[in-house]
Ligand binder design. Structure first.
Ligand SMILES: Cc1cc2nc3c(=O)[nH]c(=O)nc-3n(C[C@H](O)[C@H](O)[C@H](O)COP(=O)(O)O)c2cc1C
Length: 188
């Protein structure tokens, strides 16, 4: 089984993390390891019709954000990488500064130090220079900065269309083909 760590932080867009977990449930060869920050639990409750408990039930393994002794806290625990979706600017700042005072940050720190794939669905608007500098440093360190932006060229009709395209892009970045992603196919 391939392992993927999924972090849900307190940026707007909790539904994106939920839908990514659902997408992984359809992938038999992948195992999900979930950590939700305290504010992530709050945004799940505020923005969606799910409870944090229901979201946790979508994952194969769940960890408390204050459990710094969890498996995903160690580089010896092999994974294919980590997706933080959505990723707040506070979490981006924590990773960029190496300030790993919760499990979500520590798992991201480990992902980078082990040279594994780290995808940040970084969400804030507008972005300050501090946000941009942190994201620049993270990109220089190898993280994929994948903001949850709308692909207007796909002519989305519903919010679900927009969500599917973003989740499809995350999967694509992990090398996973998915029908969720509408690829650009110019007329010949
Ligand atoms: C409803 C709500 C929406 C938020 N949206 C964002 C956001 O889109 N981007 C962001 O960087 N912070 C956002 N925040 C602020 C973060 O939740 C806050 O900085 C928090 O400390 C992040 O902690 P975490 O990264 O550990 O989850 C939001 C907060 C709330 C309550």
């Amino acid at each position: 089984m391939k392992r993927i760590v999924i972090g849900i932080s307190g940026a707007s867009g909790a539904i994106l993390g939920i839908e990514l977990l659902k997408a992984f449930q359809n992938l038999n060869d992948w195992e999900t390891h979930l950590v939700i920050s305290d504010t992530g639990e709050f945004t799940i409750t505020e923005e969606t019709s799910c409870t944090p408990e229901e979201v946790r039930s979508l994952a194969d393994h769940v960890y408390s954000s204050d459990d710094l002794a969890a498996a995903i806290s160690s580089g010896t625990f092999k994974t294919e990488g980590m997706v933080i979706v959505p990723c707040s600017m506070k979490t981006a700042a924590g990773i960029a500064s190496g300030y790993s005072d919760n499990l979500l940050l520590r798992a991201a720190d480990v992902t980078l130090k082990e040279g594994r794939k780290l995808i940040l669905v970084a969400r804030e608007s507008p972005l300050s220079l501090i946000h941009l500098k942190n994201l620049e440093l993270l990109a220089q360190c190898g993280a994929v900065i994948l903001p949850p932006v709308v692909s207007f060229y796909t002519k989305p009709q519903t919010i679900q269309d927009i969500i599917d395209q973003i989740v499809g892009r995350v999967l694509n970045s992990l090398g996973i083909d998915s029908s969720l992603l509408k690829r650009w196919t110019p007329d010949e």
